[in-house]
Design a protein around this ligand. Structure first.
Ligand code: CA
Length: 388
């Protein structure tokens, strides 16, 4: 039997097989055309996750419009997301009071009045007591340590769990680094000097301040200057030199105290309405996540770059009296902070759950930073003082 006889005998079968293959190819082509038509339908009706659709977000913030430092994160986010997505996702940023007042940002985003918000988690401690963990714990973690806990210590997952019932997805939205202890109109030489003082100081630190004999008040940044000027408060903490200079607080208070025991690495937050986020196609969702992370780092970079020049201006040009809180005051505040944390953990199950994760990460990173960051800064100061 030769190959030519084989070809001759099976020729009809080969032709049949070729015809069958042609039918299959035509059928696949027709199916593909049909699904392309479905896609076109999706485009025209603007279905969820549509890559050819443009999305426009409203971002509400707890800061005055165009406010330096804290206010830059939402603006940076809006600028970057529009550029990265080639205009497929744009956002307009509204300052406090433009759509909703500062302290209604959480509800506005939760209810979908806005798609996203920028503020600080501890402003919502009346609704979610455990939210204080995600901004600042007195005598807690620095910016670098907080970022580590969010990204690799389970912090971000716990934050999402705490906000899920409110229809919100939280993301880290910038850090101020170590803040200043605040503005006072008298010297603080002992804990006695804090007694009877009415101070703008939010979060768990507000409870600490009350425990040592003061009164804490929650006031948004935009009203801080007037509150100090008119005597609504005797003292106020805001952020640090760069932001406090911008707010003009040196005009209404004489003494500027450090260190910011109450906010060692205050984290800001982006909150995104769950439906607004889920309506985006996956690539835009990824851009939102990455862009917020970039904006988070950019804020810390800016404070690192600008704080010292602002402090020099406050002291040298405006005559601000810079003071360090005495050790016994810091120790008393530290003991009261531990008690406030234990009280919070005892009354709120979510706070108790978060505390386990926070404390484990804190203990580890504190031990390591004792022999790395802290030991290095001490060594650098030794060399610096030696050279003086
Ligand atoms: Ca602050």
């Amino acid at each position: 039997m030769t190959s030519s006889t084989l070809n001759g005998r099976y020729a009809p079968l080969i032709i049949l097989a070729l015809l069958a293959a042609l039918v299959i190819v035509l059928a696949l082509w027709a199916t593909d055309r049909a699904s392309t038509a479905d896609d076109m339908q999706a485009v025209s009706t603007g279905q969820v996750g549509d890559k050819s659709r443009q999305y426009h977000w409203k971002i509400v913030t707890t800061w005055p419009k165009n406010f330096p430092g804290l206010g830059t994160a939402a603006e940076n986010f809006a600028e970057m997301i529009a550029e990265m997505s080639d205009g497929r996702l744009t956002a307009r940023v509204y300052g406090a009071g433009e759509i909703v007042p500062a302290f209604e940002v959480f509800d506005a985003v939760s209810q979908g009045v806005a798609d996203a918000g920028h503020g600080a988690a501890y402003y919502w401690k009346g609704k979610i007591p455990s939210s204080v963990f995600f901004t600042a714990v007195p005598f807690g973690m620095t910016a670098q340590e907080m970022n580590g806990w969010f990204a690799h210590g389970g912090g971000l997952e716990l934050w999402r769990e705490a906000y899920a019932p409110s229809n919100l997805i939280p993301m880290a939205g910038g850090s101020t680094g170590v803040q200043m202890a605040g503005w006072f109109n008298k010297e603080i030489n002992s804990v006695e000097d804090l007694k009877g003082l009415k101070m703008r100081i939010p979060g768990l630190a507000g409870e600490v301040f009350t425990a040592v004999g003061g009164t804490s008040v929650r006031i948004p940044g935009g009203e801080l200057y007037t509150s100090l000027q008119t005597g609504v408060v005797d003292a106020a903490e805001w952020v640090g030199p760069y932001n406090d200079l911008a707010l003009g607080l040196y005009q209404v208070a004489e003494y500027y105290y450090y260190p910011g025991w109450h906010e060692p690495g205050a984290m800001l937050e982006f909150i995104v309405n769950k439906q607004s986020f889920e309506a985006l196609p996956p690539d835009l969702q990824a851009m939102v996540t990455i862009t917020s992370r970039a904006a988070n780092q950019m804020m810390l970079d800016e404070y690192t770059a600008r704080n010292n020049a602002a402090l020099r201006q406050l002291v040298d040009e405006h005559g601000v009296k810079l003071r360090r809180l005495p050790d016994d005051v810091l120790l008393a505040l530290s003991r009261a902070s531990e008690q406030a944390m234990q009280d919070l953990v005892a009354r709120d199950p979510m706070a108790a759950k978060i505390y386990v994760s926070f404390k484990e990460f804190y203990d580890g990173v504190r031990a390591y930073h004792h022999i790395s960051e802290q030991a290095y800064i001490n060594a650098r100061d030794l060399a610096f003082e030696d050279g003086e």
